[in-house]
Design a protein around this ligand. Structure first.
Ligand code: GLN
Length: 500
């Protein structure tokens, strides 16, 4: 593998600025890597090679002309196929949108382009971001670079696998219940769910609007912070966007100092059902934080036990409403438009053919939970429990500056293992869902390989809304100290096998 592929985004940026390498060379190296390995990893739904190279050339020319460019100018990025990007099909991983060409760019797409990042292509995901393995993609399953027979997590498995397979140094995901952090956890990469409203949802195909949060994915904490800074910030086009300054996440990642910081271990996120190797690596990482001067306390968040049930009422309710727009008239697929079927029949046949089983399950569940006879019993109750979960967080954040847990109860499971068991699949997000329900922020950073199966384990750090910088402060401290223990570098340096 060429050395360029191993560099972090920050290292690439330094070499690009110093003129040691051109954006074209960096882009071409990643396109070659995609060409060489993506047949096995299957991280990408679409690769945009020609446009990426043309963009890189334009950046090189401007740099040569003496123009001062942003810190990530010329660095490649892969984007989850949920973000509108003109000129490339945007599918949301669904057959119902196959071939749809968006007439506009998502705000985040535009910010990437405005800061001169080079978009390599669109990554695979579970259909409409519903899943924890990418097995629900309407097109194909993505494979985990650590073991090609295992899932790369989901829904953003494509964005995480692209990083772990060195096909891209940066990628973009969305996190509604864990779809950035769980894939990061099982692929040995870094994934951040920013504060809800800190990153724009404009042009992001909606799953559950009160939960959906775009965020950065990277191989190091500093890289994630650099990308966070590019994509975050107020957007008047998104009515839930927060008009507040973006915290200094890059400064926090560089400081990496946890002295005196109170770290709260959430009692409810561990124990029964958690893989022993995951718990062991989590405990060791906690000891590392203590050695570096953090104060470890235990906190209890009793309503977290109901988070999964709450999420699986609120999320499908919003899904059933958001997905009503796929009506065979406005976007993508249209079935039986032969003059012999009524509009209603065309609509129903199109939705029947275009949506996969998991999407249909959630539309049905959500419609039921919102129906007049059951609204109070299900949707109404779930909203009340959501408030109790927020209060648990508020109380816990009085005792601790950040809360921590494993990112997910197990390491990467085998492809096929949970696909027929929705409940087992949903449990992959036990630890990540509370932060979505409360709207606060969280990160997953690698904390080692599980001794029971040799697969990556993720450490989750949660912080209050708008305190995203704390995630990077603690994440970078952990990364630095663990990296030293691993002999320098990052967990992915231990990747073995055909993709190393
Ligand atoms: N796995 C969760 C689900 O299926 C989370 C999805 C997400 O964050 N987009 O809903």
């Amino acid at each position: 593998m060429t050395e360029l592929l191993r560099l972090s985004a920050w290292e690439l940026s330094e070499k690009l600025t110093a003129g040691e390498v051109s954006a074209r060379e960096v882009t071409a190296a990643h396109l070659d890597r995609i060409e060489a390995v993506d047949g096995r990893v299957k991280a990408f739904l679409a690769v945009d090679g020609e446009r990426a190279l043309a963009t890189a050339d334009a950046i090189d020319a401007r740099r040569a002309g003496g123009e001062k460019l942003g810190p990530l100018a010329g660095v490649p990025v892969a984007v989850k196929d949920l973000f509108a990007y003109q000129g490339l099909p945007t599918t949301a991983g669904s057959k119902i949108l196959a071939g749809w060409l968006p007439p506009y760019d998502a705000t985040i797409t535009r910010r990437l382009l405005a800061d001169d990042l080079v978009i390599l292509g669109k990554t695979n995901l579970d259909e409409f971001a519903m899943g924890s393995s990418t097995e629900n993609s309407g097109f194909f399953t993505t494979h985990n670079p650590w073991d090609l027979d295992r899932i790369p997590g989901g829904s953003g498995g494509g964005s995480a696998a692209a990083l772990a397979a060195f096909e891209a140094p940066l990628s973009i995901g969305t996190d509604t219940g864990g779809s950035i952090r769980q894939p990061a956890s099982v692929t040995g990469t870094v994934g951040v769910k920013p504060t809800y409203g800190a990153t724009s949802r404009y042009g992001v195909i909606a799953m559950a609007s009160s939960l959906d949060t775009p965020g950065p994915c990277a191989r190091t904490v500093l890289d994630a912070a650099l990308l966070h800074t590019v994509i975050a910030g107020w957007d008047p086009k998104d009515s839930t966007s927060i008009n507040a300054p973006v915290p200094d996440v890059v400064g926090a990642a560089r400081r990496a100092d946890v002295t005196g910081l109170r770290v709260g271990v959430v009692r409810e996120l561990g124990g029964e059902g958690y893989q022993p190797g995951v718990e062991q690596r989590f405990a060791e990482a906690l000891a590392v934080l203590a050695e570096r001067g953090a104060e470890i306390v235990e906190v209890s968040c009793p309503h977290f036990d109901y988070a999964l049930a709450t999420y699986y009422l609120i999320m499908p309710a919003e899904v059933s409403s958001n997905l009503a727009r796929f009506d065979a008239m406005r976007y993508g697929l249209r079935v039986a438009d032969d003059g012999e079927h009524s509009a209603e029949e065309v609509m129903s046949l199109t939705r029947g053919a275009g949506f996969g089983a998991e999407v249909k399950r959630r539309v049905i569940l959500g419609t039921y939970a919102l129906s007049s006879g059951y609204y109070d019993a299900y949707y109404g109750s779930a909203q009340k429990v959501r408030t109790l979960i927020m209060r648990d967080f508020e109380a816990a954040f009085e005792q601790a500056d950040v809360l921590v847990s494993p990112s997910t109860p197990t390491t990467a499971f085998r492809i096929g293992e949970r696909v027929d068991d929705p409940l087992a699949m949903y449990k992959a997000d036990l630890c990540t869902i509370p932060s979505n329900l409360a709207g606060n922020c969280a990160i997953s950073v690698p904390c080692g390989l599980s001794p029971d199966d040799g697969l990556p384990v993720g450490f989750q750090i949660m912080a209050p809304a708008l305190a995203d910088d704390r995630l990077y402060l603690v994440g970078a401290a952990l990364e630095a100290e663990l990296g030293r223990r691993w002999g320098g570098g990052i967990l992915l340096d231990q990747l073995k096998g055909e993709l190393a």
